[in-house]
Design a protein around this ligand. Structure first.
Ligand code: ATP
Ligand code: ZN
Length: 299
């Protein structure tokens, strides 16, 4: 029986979510000593340990109480939540934070040369997928009856192999679809990595540890999106330029030695600065634009 004065977090052992998850936890001040088998990492800086597993096992581990928190894609979580609902097992886990990485979508794709007239186009056809629950839910919502073909991997080659007419799979850039002469025609679910917790509160020492971890993660995530923007401009252009800054807090305006009309500005922006935005600012009179990452922030 495990003690409940330590918190155990399940993350993907190796795959797209492993590095960003470990990086996020490291930024929140967690460090680990890895075991030889690399399945369990003992928390050194805090009583928070890691379990390294396949992403598909994470919701189940939380449901069974073998882990306290987990990092998993919304696609996997929703699929398994639907599955539990379908066989009457009841809710056992829930997402508590969106983590901002592992973004992708679950989409329906069909051969390039099809004319897409809407979901009805799929009626009576075979659709290959690894997400039977989410696909069935979407088909129900659309009032379409189609035959699911369950595949656990390489879904995108099913049409070429003659196993299915269409597919329902994870897409991020669309490169894989294009390489297989398929086109995306409907998005079923927008997904990103989520922090997952049991539906029932901990009710012991773990509650406090989890609350502390959440406070730190929130701080890390808000810093991550923030940028410090520095530039110079003519006094008369300041008001106009400030409007162009993305989610900026009131900027600091400083005098420049020896120049009466020019000022230097410094602003903390809470969302991403795009090239487009920088060019707009330059056109509106800003010069010497600098965008700096924010390392730490204590409000
Ligand atoms: P495991 O061995 O842990 O089962 P896996 O092959 O299921 O690994 P990965 O391919 O590493 O998993 O993907 C993990 C998660 O990353 C996906 O469930 C999804 O949430 C997210 N993801 C982001 N972009 C993509 C993408 N282009 N293709 C697949 N998954 C993506
Ligand atoms: Zn997986």
């Amino acid at each position: 029986m495990r003690t409940h004065d330590r918190l155990r977090i399940a993350i993907q052992k190796s795959g797209r979510l492993s590095d960003p998850a470990r990086d996020l936890l490291a930024r929140a001040g967690l460090s680990f000593r890895e075991s030889r088998d690399r399945l369990f990492c003992y928390g050194e800086s805090l009583p928070i340990d890691l379990l390294l597993v396949r992403d598909d096992d994470i919701p189940g581990l939380i449901a069974e109480g073998a882990c306290d928190l987990g990092v998993v894609g919304g696609n996997v979580l929703e699929e398994q939540a639907c599955e539990r609902l379908a066989d009457g097992r009841g809710e056992a886990f829930r997402p508590i934070r969106e983590l901002g990485f592992g973004r992708c979508r679950l989409s329906v794709a069909v051969p390039n040369d099809w004319e897409w007239t809407g979901p009805q186009r799929l009626a009576g056809l075979r659709i290959a997928t690894s997400y039977p629950q989410l696909m069935a839910r979407w088909l129900r919502e659309q009032g379409v009856e189609a035959t699911p073909v369950m595949l656990s991997g390489s879904v995108e080659i099913a049409p070429r192999l003659g196993k299915a007419e269409a597919i329902c799979d994870i897409v991020s850039t669309g490169g894989t679809l294009m390489a297989n002469q398929l086109k995306e025609v409907a998005v079923i679910l927008e997904s990103q990595a989520l922090l997952v917790a049991p539906s029932q509160p901990f009710g012991d020492e773990r509650a406090e540890l989890a609350a502390m971890l959440l406070r730190r993660l929130d701080a890390v995530m808000s810093v991550r999106a923030s940028k410090l923007v520095l530039f110079q401009a003519h006094r008369d252009q300041v008001a106009e330029l400030v409007k162009l800054l993305p989610d900026a807090e009131t900027p600091t305006v400083m005098a420049i030695e020896g120049q009466r009309d020019q000022v230097a500005l410094q602003a903390l922006c809470r969302s991403a600065m795009t090239w487009q935005r920088l060019e707009d600012m330059k056109r509106a009179g800003a010069s010497g634009l600098l965008v700096l990452p924010v390392e730490q922030m204590l409000a």
